[in-house]
Structures are given as structure tokens and as C-alpha cells.
Write a protein that binds this ligand. Structure first.
Ligand code: FAD
Ligand code: A2P
Length: 271
């Protein structure tokens, strides 16, 4: 913010804040991200989600959203789907700088580093908008102090849908502060499933066949060394959970840290 520029709008409204939209970026017909003002009292742990929404005719329309920005950022960032007839996103897709959205006061969630036992290598497995919580985590210097290596995987149907994480990883690498921590520790792997691309296949298949580890030049998953966080559709979570459990990984929670944690990127079948 330039000196002298007016402060962005932030107002308390009961259990919510009303915050100003600062920036919007569209990637595809179905994906966009936006940044909003952040109330000073709004604290969260990297990887958590919060309710956000818009005022409605009778009552507000609210949905769960992962916070994609790191905890040190003075703004908040979200990465969003555009569901054609979605109650929230058919409107949210049209937001512009200067508009206002509702922001819940109580972030929560399981994709937090405190829910994992100490380990050496952290895998962040994501599909679709499931990359959002990891966009926060890979920008936290602390994650690189906890783990020797952080491997983010993002799988989408098409190459265009990888744009958000591709840009993000590039920004992290160039960031004067986080780039230094991430240097030599952050590994990014992406693949597509419904279009020709340099790397193809569902992450579950790539793990099962061992191709992921061949491509990364890393040893296969091992609970004595590796930890994992998983975010994607209900089916993706289930399949990965079984895969991890079959290799001896134990699921963790805030109350009882384990070798891996999962969180749904959305409810329902997906679009
Ligand atoms: P809804 O009526 O909520 O959904 C309609 C249908 O669209 C769903 O049944 C489902 O089939 C499909 N759908 C909804 N969300 C998605 C999605 N993200 N990807 C693919 N298909 C989807 N959404 C985000 O875009 N970004 C996030 O960071 C995010 N974090 C979430 C965290 C949690 C813990 C949960 C439970 C959901 C999260 N969602 C996220 C989903 C979000 O809450 C809404 O469902 C989404 O914004 C669409 O809202 P809607 O009212 O337009 O449509
Ligand atoms: P696919 O194209 O083979 O269905 P979605 O948008 O449906 O959530 O999908 C996002 C990505 O996640 C797609 O590449 C999709 O692959 C993949 N995917 C969907 N279901 C699973 C699953 N059960 N396990 C692993 N990957 C999945």
C-alpha cells in the first residue's frame, strides 16, 4: 500500500468480518484466486480453512475455504472453483477489487504441521482446488525447519488447471525470504489425467506403480521417514488414505499427531 492511500475496508459483523477484495486473478473458465484485506485480529495456522461468503437476499451464502496465503502475509488469499450454478461461486466468480466478502472469525482444520509427528520428508498430495491449503504451507519458513524436504504434488484434468501452483512455486522460489528457506528443499511435481502432458496419471496410480518415485528419484513411501498431507475429492482422499495405511502410515489429528492427515477439498461429486 502506498503511503496516503486509504486503508482497505474491514468491518466486524457479528461472527464475521466484512473485508475488501484487493486483487482477483482468473486462470480458466472454472478457476480463479483472489486476495482480501486481513483484519489484524484474524489469526490462523497454515493449512486451515474458514467460512467465507457473500450477503444473500435473506441470509448470507457461506462456504468453507482453505486459506491459501501464509500466516505472515498482511492480506488473505483464496483459490476458488467456479461452479456454474453454485449458490456461492456463480456470484463469487464476478467479484472485483473494491467489492466486499464475509470472512468467518474461526479458522480450523487438520492440515496443520502440529497434527504430524516429526519426520524428514513431507509430501503434500493435492488434486484440483485441494492445492489451496498447501499454497499457505509452502510459503511458511517454519515448514522448512520442520522437514528436510517438502514435496508438493498437484494433479488436475488439464494443463491449464495447473497454472496456479506453477505460478505459486515460481514466486516462492524467487521470494527473498521464503525462497532462502525453500531453496533445495521444495520439490514440485504435477501431472494431468485428461490431456497429453509431460507427466500423466492419477497420483494414486503413480504411487502404486512406483512411477512417482522413479520420476522424483526418491525412495518409495516409508513411514519411518515420510509424512503426508492429502487434500482433494472424497474419493481421492479415500484412495490415498488406503494406500498410505497399507504402507504402515497412521492417520493423525490435532489431538493425536500421526504420519498423515487428510481434508476434503469440497463435498459432493465435483464438477
Ligand atoms: P456448492 O453448492 O457448494 O457445490 C456444488 C457442487 O460443486 C458440489 O456438490 C461439488 O460437486 C462441486 N464442487 C464444489 N466445490 C468444488 C471444488 N472446490 N472443486 C470441484 N468441485 C467442487 N472450494 C474452493 O474452491 N476452494 C477452497 O479452498 C475450498 N476449501 C474447502 C475446504 C473444506 C474443508 C470444504 C468442506 C470445502 C472447501 N471448498 C473449497 C468447497 C467450497 O466450500 C464450496 O463447495 C465451493 O466454493 C462451491 O460453492 P457453491 O455454493 O458455488 O457450490
Ligand atoms: P481423473 O481425470 O482420472 O478423474 P476432480 O476435478 O474430479 O476432483 O479431479 C481432479 C483430479 O483428481 C483429476 O486429475 C482426477 O483424475 C483426479 N482424481 C479423481 N478421483 C481420484 C481418485 N479417486 N484418486 C486419485 N485421483 C483422482
Amino acid at each position: 500500500r502506498q503511503d496516503g492511500a486509504p486503508l482497505p475496508h474491514i468491518e466486524e459483523k457479528g461472527a464475521f468480518f466484512e473485508v475488501e477484495v484487493l486483487e482477483v486473478q482468473h486462470y480458466t473458465e472454472t478457476l480463479f484466486s483472489f486476495r482480501t484485506a486481513r483484519p489484524q485480529s484474524f489469526r490462523f495456522r497454515a493449512g486451515e480453512f474458514v467460512m467465507i461468503g457473500l450477503e444473500g437476499e435473506k441470509k448470507p451464502v457461506l462456504r468453507a475455504y482453505s486459506i491459501a496465503s501464509p500466516t505472515w502475509d498482511e492480506a488473505l488469499e483464496f483459490y476458488s472453483i467456479k461452479v456454474p450454478d453454485g449458490a456461492l461461486t456463480s456470484r463469487l466468480r464476478n467479484i472485483a477489487p473494491g467489492d466486499r466478502i464475509l470472512l468467518g472469525k474461526k479458522p480450523t482444520g487438520t492440515l496443520v504441521s502440529e497434527a504430524l509427528r516429526p519426520g524428514r520428508r513431507l509430501y503434500l498430495f493435492s488434486t484440483g482446488t485441494g492445492a489451496a491449503p498447501f499454497a499457505s504451507l509452502i510459503r511458511e519458513p517454519d515448514i522448512y525447519e520442520r522437514f528436510d524436504e517438502v514435496i508438493l504434488t498437484h494433479t488436475c484434468r488439464t494443463l491449464a488447471e495447473l497454472a496456479y501452483t506453477e505460478q505459486l512455486v515460481e514466486t516462492v522460489r524467487q521470494d527473498p525470504l521464503v525462497g532462502e528457506f525453500a531453496n533445495g528443499k521444495l520439490v514440485y511435481f504435477n501431472s494431468v489425467t485428461r490431456e497429453e502432458g509431460p507427466r500423466m496419471g492419477r497420483i494414486t496410480d503413480l504411487i502404486d506403480t512406483g512411477k512417482l518415485f522413479e520420476m522424483l528419484s526418491r525412495e518409495p513411501l516409508d513411514p519411518s521417514r515420510d509424512r503426508a498431507m492429502v487434500c482433494g475429492s472424497f474419493e481421492m482422499l479415500n484412495d490415498l488414505k488406503h494406500l498410505l495405511e497399507a504402507r504402515g502410515f497412521e492417520e493423525g489429528s490435532n489431538a493425536r499427531p500421526g504420519d498423515f492427515v487428510v481434508e476434503k477439498a469440497f463435498s459432493g461429486e465435483g464438477i
